[in-house]
Write a protein that binds this ligand. Structure first.
Ligand SMILES: NC(=O)c1ccc[n+]([C@@H]2O[C@H](COP(=O)([O-])OP(=O)(O)OC[C@H]3O[C@@H](n4cnc5c(N)ncnc54)[C@H](O)[C@@H]3O)[C@@H](O)[C@H]2O)c1
Length: 249
């Protein structure tokens, strides 16, 4: 119950890794608010998690800045402040470099980079007051320059870039910011597997631990650690929670 009395905001919490994070934080006693565009899944997750701890779903389209700002204001109106921010949501379309257009960049940056940037700025005064933490999500696909991930890799590496700058600038305020690069069995990966069966099998066989992570047990609990006092001397780090895929291969 290390997070009793603390409020965390998570984006993309309706399903996948985001839901795993919401679950892990709730199990540590946190109040968890999450944004997602998927109303049906959002409501179902809110109902499920509310049995563990206080939980609030706010429907937000992260592609719309006004929606992001209004959603954040709702969190502050209800809970006055936050102790941690997790930018997990991301959508993207995979295409080879030569077929990628600005439309793909709009989606990858619109769902991942821009909301991360805006929410970091909105959260800053609150996190300064609560001595809080931020966890942002990137990907081994960005680090390695994985085939067909043009816009996604760009958005994820941009997120890592601003995370490190903010970690430097906000370090004196005792706000620590880290980046997680996961591999986990989320709905997004299940959908990708349907159209990329061969690539999926290759991905699993290239993971030294030979499995995908569990959204709650493997990823959510690492995020919980990064938001806790135990990780308060860690900042600006990219934490690979990927069964060893990137660093060992
Ligand atoms: N799953 C993996 O193996 C893996 C690998 C590398 C990086 N990541 C990163 O981890 C994070 C979580 O991945 P995931 O696989 O759980 O993703 P996912 O696709 O399963 O879930 C993403 C969530 O974001 C929400 N979302 C999408 N567009 C939105 C919008 N416009 N507004 C609000 N919400 C929106 C979706 O509804 C969904 O609930 C992402 O940042 C992803 O890039 C995941």
């Amino acid at each position: 119950m290390k997070f009793k009395g603390k409020t965390f905001l998570v984006t993309g919490g309706a399903g996948g890794i985001g839901k795993g994070i919401v679950t892990a934080l709730a199990k540590e006693g946190a109040r968890v608010v999450f944004f997602d565009i998927n109303e049906e899944k959002g409501k179902a997750t809110e109902e499920e998690i509310s049995k563990i701890s206080e939980c609030m779903f706010i429907k937000v389209n992260l592609m719309e800045k006004d929606d992001v700002v209004a959603g954040f204001q709702k969190v502050i109106d209800k809970y006055t402040t936050i102790h941690g921010l997790v930018n997990c949501a991301q959508a993207s379309r995979n295409l080879p470099f030569m077929e990628t257009t600005e439309k793909e960049f709009e989606l990858a940056f619109g769902t991942g980079f821009w909301p991360t940037f805006h929410l970091m700025k909105l959260s800053y005064p609150h996190l300064k007051e609560t001595q809080g933490s931020i966890v942002n999500f990137a990907s081994g696909a960005g680090l390695k320059g994985m085939l067909t991930q043009t816009s996604y890799a760009a958005a994820k590496e941009a997120i890592r870039g601003i995370s490190r700058v903010a970690a430097n600038e906000w370090g004196p305020d005792n706000i620590n910011i880290n980046i997680v690069c996961p591999i986990a069995a989320s709905e997004g990966v299940a959908e990708w597997r349907q159209h990329n069966a061969e690539a999926y099998d290759q991905m699993v066989s290239a993971i030294p631990l030979r499995r995908l992570g569990d959204p709650e047990q493997d990823i959510g609990r690492v995020v919980s650690f990064l938001l806790s006092e135990d990780a308060k001397f860690m900042t600006g780090q990219t934490v690979m929670v990927d069964g060893g895929s990137v660093m060992l291969r």
